[in-house]
Design a protein around this ligand. Sequence first.
Ligand SMILES: [Zn+2]
Length: 370
Amino acid sequence: MSDNLNAKKYNNIKLAVGITEAVLSFVLLFLFVKLGLSKYLEETIRTYIQNNYLVLLLYTIILGIISSIIFYPFSYYNGFYLEHKYKLSNQTFWRWTLENLKGAIVGSAIGLPLLLLFYFILNAFGNLWWLPFAAVLFFVSVVLAQVVPVLILPLFYKVTPIESEELKNRIMELSRQSGMKVKNVFKFDMSKNTKKANAAFTGLGKTKRILLGDTLLNGCSYDEIETVIAHELGHYTHKHILKNIIISTVFSFATLFILSVLYSISLAWFDFKSITEISALPLLVLWGMLIGIIQTPVSNLISRKFEYQADEYAVRSTQKREIFITTLNKLTDQNMGDREPHPFIEWFFYSHPSIKNRTKYIRSLNTEKI
Ligand SMILES: [Zn+2]
């Protein structure tokens, strides 16, 4: 129990820091626009550059740098200090900095061209911008789903096929049952950063694959690993990746439409005249954050439903209920998960059910073999 008190403390601090950061960034961005600093920044850039797209690019980069300086203490505390305090991290300070820089570069390489495209659409389509831009986001999410496991993940981790023939054969057998054609099972070197363990089912079409953290491989027996794989295969048989793409597309069409309305209405409150004013664009972020308060629990609710479905598949396909429960408990402890978060916190923030609810659900299942 004292272990869980420790885990509870770790999770609560992380959450409190995260919420403070979110509130502070909302307030600061609001003041940045309301006090005219946003206009000032745009005008200053325009004294050097005239091209709208270059102005937007520079404006965004400057804002990005300023905000990462302001929020550096938060990311240091949550991402480095706490992880070390609770003995979860294997990273040196420089390694952590390097990984963050890499993340920022990859994020900008994807995000900045998307931003320029957004601005083009805003100019070309006026108030109807949300429609073509949501279509673009859909296209990007499909491409990213295919590209992440083969191009992006290897930038951060060494991804290699697992070595054990026995384990590989067991996994192949399980995947054959599920109807998924697995050519190979991969591991990635999570252990260079963390003691936490994880497994994932990623990709789309030809790039879909099962990925296991080496931390999971090292800490679990083959029986235990089998149950984790079966859970991932459950996501596959229930077509969760595809469903997630469809759901997030519906969400993004709806959200962008609402955003476009709120954005147009609120322009005048801040003395802006046109939707294409670069210094007005942070309003979209502000509204987006408010909409996110509604969207977060809804998408987590769906995600938890998918997790339960995958759990049911894991139990019914392997017939290893107790081993699965033991494994989930082990992973919760290894990842310092809160075993019993406050129901509201779980409902709002948790993409996976807490271990308490998960165990209860798994015990209640009909275990007839699939
Ligand atoms: Zn899952």
